[in-house]
Each structure stands twice: as structure tokens, then as C-alpha cells.
Write a protein that binds this ligand. Structure first.
Ligand code: FE2
Length: 344
């Protein structure tokens, strides 16, 4: 077995491959690590055959759909997953065959209704059902402490105590554990009476994960996060540095348009000398009047350098092939002490 564990903050994902067939599965990939997964698979001589989410993640952005599209392979989840883009839905006891590897799905509802663990040889990928020194919480959508009790005590904790446990989250960088070690030491598993376990789970009083709304929205629909939308736009446009723009506005030229895409009041308060204003919200509406010459060089600018990237990408799509975005925004421009102009 070829095995790679990729940690990003507290999130853990796993590339598990068969050296004989050069095939692999990717478990719980996260959106910021996509290039790393592809690079690791190449380095290890593996072709990823399946991308799997152990459950609907509420706290980070799944990369399954993006990777599946790029590699033309199936997204795998449990049958109860609400995501419409899942290609292969597993039920308890189903196996994925990847070369010599056999991955058996064990349905473990509780953290979410669609949670499953994956058993491969001497390893158990537990998603958020069982963590090292913890369990998944049961207070988020479709969580159920009663179901988690069964999934743990009448489910995976009955497996071989020597099985290695690889969770989807590991905030203390412990790497892995075993079923036996968790039974002995995991504080959440010490309440073995059902009612006491449920009582404990119902009173953990945890704060909502950051990005809860956006993670659920994107993971359940296959839509994009705002960061993803921005980074995809950034891949399609060149940037101009603050210094470069400062040098160029000092030597005014008919060939350069500095396009401030903030709202009018922000523009009027302070803008780059010579900049013209076309708010992002009116871009498509007024582009033909404001920018009649598509051969001009355009540098877009906003407050923080994000919306200007979207504006430059839109302009390029519209045929302004010399549109670029400022690497930074008015905030950075002013921080550098560069000159500004006020509208009368
Ligand atoms: Fe989770």
C-alpha cells in the first residue's frame, strides 16, 4: 500500500494507492490542497481512480467535485449524501476495488446522516465519526447523538483494537491512533451508557464552525466558495504592481486607463490620479459608454484588490484583452503613501 497523509490546519486527507496497479483513492480532499494531491499522486506513480468524501463537511471546502472533473473519475459518498453531483453512492458493506486494495464502507451515521468509515487492510478512515481523543459533534445539520452511539459502540469500536485510526480532523497533529488506544484514552468514549453519552453530546456547547454556511452550501451543491471564484478569476488575468502603476500614472499616457470599480462615494473621497470610475455593479451596464476603445490598456482597482480582479476578468471576457488588475487596492496604495486625487 502506498499511503500519503496530507494535513492542512486541522483537516486530514489521505491518498491510498496500490503499487501493483498504480491506482489510488483520495479521501476527504480539501480545496486548498488540490495541486498537492495531484503532485503527490504523480510522485508516487499513482493514478487517482476515486475521490471520496466520508461525509458532508460543514467546516471546510471539499475538493471532490473539482478533482473528479479534472480527472474524469467518480465522486464517491454514502447513499444518504444530499449532494446531487455524487456519481457513486455506497451503502454499508459495499466495497471499492482499487487494484489489490479493497475499501469497505461502514455506514456510521451520527456526526451526519451520511457519515461512513472506510476500512482498508489495517487502517480505518473514520471521517469525523471517531477522532483522536474525540468524536465528531452531533449538533450540526443531520447530526444525531443516538445514532453516533450505535455507530461507535455497536459499530467501529467492536473492530480489531489494533486497527489504525485515521480521522478527517486532527487538531493536535497526532497523525493516527488505534481503536484500542481510543477505547482506553478517548474522553468521549468513557461514557459507555447510551443515555450518559447522549447527555454529554447534547451539552458540549461548541461554537459553530467558521464558514459553516458557505461550506454546507458548496459541499451540498458543488458550487464554488467565494475564495474559489476569486482565485479562478485571478488565474485569468495579469496583475500590475502598486509601484508599476505609480510610475505609470506619473507619466500620463492616452494608452492607459485606470478604472476604479468602487462605489462612487469611495472613488470621490480618494482615488489614483487620473482614474475613472465605473462601479463593479454597473460594469456590464455601462461598459460600452465608458470604455469605447477595447484596444486600450486598462488597470482595474478596488479597495482591497479582490473585486478589481473579478472586474478585470469580466473585461477580458468582454474582449478588453489588455485588462489587468492592480496587485493590491486603494488601501494598499494609500498605505504606500502614493498620491491620491479627490473629486470636486
Ligand atoms: Fe465533519
Amino acid at each position: 500500500m502506498i499511503f500519503e497523509q496530507v494535513a492542512n490546519g486541522g483537516c486530514q486527507s489521505y491518498l491510498v494507492g496500490c503499487e501493483d496497479s498504480c491506482t489510488a483513492v483520495l479521501i476527504d480532499p480539501e480545496i486548498h490542497q488540490i495541486d498537492r494531491y495531484h503532485a503527490l499522486a504523480s510522485r508516487d506513480g499513482l493514478r487517482i481512480r476515486y475521490v471520496i468524501d466520508t461525509h458532508t463537511h460543514a467546516d471546510h471546502f471539499s475538493a471532490t467535485r473539482t478533482i473528479a472533473r479534472a480527472l474524469d473519475i467518480p465522486v464517491v459518498m454514502h447513499r444518504d449524501s444530499p449532494a446531487p453531483f455524487v456519481d457513486l453512492r455506497l451503502q454499508d458493506g459495499d466495497m471499492l476495488v482499487v487494484g489489490k486494495l479493497r475499501l469497505r464502507a461502514i455506514h456510521t451515521p451520527g456526526h451526519t446522516r451520511d457519515s461512513m468509515c472506510l476500512l482498508v487492510d489495517d487502517r480505518l478512515f473514520t471521517g469525523d465519526t471517531l477522532l483522536i481523543g474525540g468524536t465528531g459533534r452531533t449538533d450540526l445539520p443531520t447530526g444525531d447523538p443516538n445514532a453516533l452511539y450505535d455507530s461507535l459502540f455497536n459499530g467501529i469500536l467492536q473492530l480489531d483494537p489494533a486497527l489504525r485510526v485515521y480521522p478527517a480532523h486532527d487538531y493536535k497533529q497526532l497523525g493516527s491512533s488505534t481503536i484500542g488506544a481510543e477505547l482506553a484514552n478517548n474522553p468521549r468514549l468513557q461514557k459507555r451508557d447510551r443515555a450518559a453519552f447522549i447527555e454529554m453530546m447534547e451539552h458540549l456547547d461548541l461554537s459553530a464552525p467558521t464558514h459553516l454556511t458557505e461550506a454546507l452550501r458548496t459541499n451540498m451543491s458543488g458550487g464554488k466558495s467565494v475564495a474559489q471564484l476569486l482565485s479562478e478569476a485571478a488565474e485569468r488575468v495579469p496583475f500590475v504592481s502598486l509601484q508599476e502603476l505609480n510610475t505609470r500614472v506619473a507619466q500620463p499616457s492616452d494608452d492607459l486607463i485606470v478604472l476604479d470599480v468602487r462605489e462612487r462615494d469611495a472613488y470621490e473621497a480618494a482615488h489614483v490620479p487620473g482614474a475613472i470610475n465605473l462601479p463593479r455593479g454597473q460594469l456590464e451596464l455601462r461598459v460600452n459608454q465608458v470604455l469605447p476603445d477595447p484596444t486600450k490598456r486598462i488597470v482595474t482597482i478596488c479597495q482591497l484588490g479582490k473585486i478589481s480582479t473579478l472586474a478585470a476578468a469580466t473585461l477580458r471576457e468582454l474582449g478588453f484583452l489588455r485588462a489587468s488588475a492592480l496587485d493590491g487596492g486603494m488601501a494598499a496604495w494609500q498605505e504606500q503613501g502614493f498620491e491620491t486625487e479627490v473629486s470636486e
